[in-house]
Design a binder for this molecule. Structure first.
Ligand SMILES: [Mn+2]
Length: 177
């Protein structure tokens, strides 16, 4: 996005805490922009999976757009595989995707160019929602919500859902839990 297209959130406002108006602005920004990709970190853990599912749910309910969740590496631990299988979470290896098809790229529980995700570092990323301290320059990212004081990225997404009064079904609640 160009500098003129500055979003409601930037690193300069860190520590940033999204309120209802800014989350609404994020949703409006996303609406109609094109296909949405949500990237977790490699070998995704329950926090990154839950955060991705919660973000997809938020965007689906609010915009009608169904995002694709992608990961690198493997869903390795037995507990994590069970989570994905039992909760029927649709997520695909990023290497199977044509990234050019996506107009909006979100990262949850990871950040661009940190080495722990498989999204090509030279490509633009539009949303970063994480609880790990920033390691790279994120000034080109439209939406940065990094809360290092939080124990989980999924908690940030849970707050977005609450702010937007999006109902949380049993599977999503189980993921978040
Ligand atoms: Mn995490």
């Amino acid at each position: 996005m160009s500098a003129a297209d500055t979003g409601p959130a930037t690193q300069s406002r860190s520590p940033f805490t999204a309120d209802n108006d800014s989350v609404a602005a994020l949703i409006e920004w996303t609406r109609g922009r094109g296909r949405v990709l949500i990237v977790t970190h490699d070998n995704p853990d329950p926090d990154s999976i839950a955060a991705a599912v919660a973000l997809r749910h938020l965007l689906l309910v609010k915009t009608g757009q169904d995002a694709v969740i992608a990961y690198g590496g493997i869903i390795g631990r037995g507990e994590n595989r069970s989570m994905v299988e039992l909760l029927e979470i649709r997520m695909v290896p990023i290497c199977e995707l044509d990234i050019d098809q996506f107009a909006v790229v979100c990262m949850v529980d990871t950040q661009p160019n940190t080495g722990n995700n498989s999204f090509p570092g030279e490509r633009p990323v539009h949303l970063v929602i994480d609880h790990h301290a920033p390691k790279t320059d994120l000034s080109a990212v439209y939406w940065v919500d990094i809360r290092t004081q939080y124990g989980a990225s999924a908690t940030i997404l849970y707050e977005y859902l609450c702010l937007q009064q999006v109902s949380i079904n049993t599977r999503l609640a189980t993921s978040l839990f």
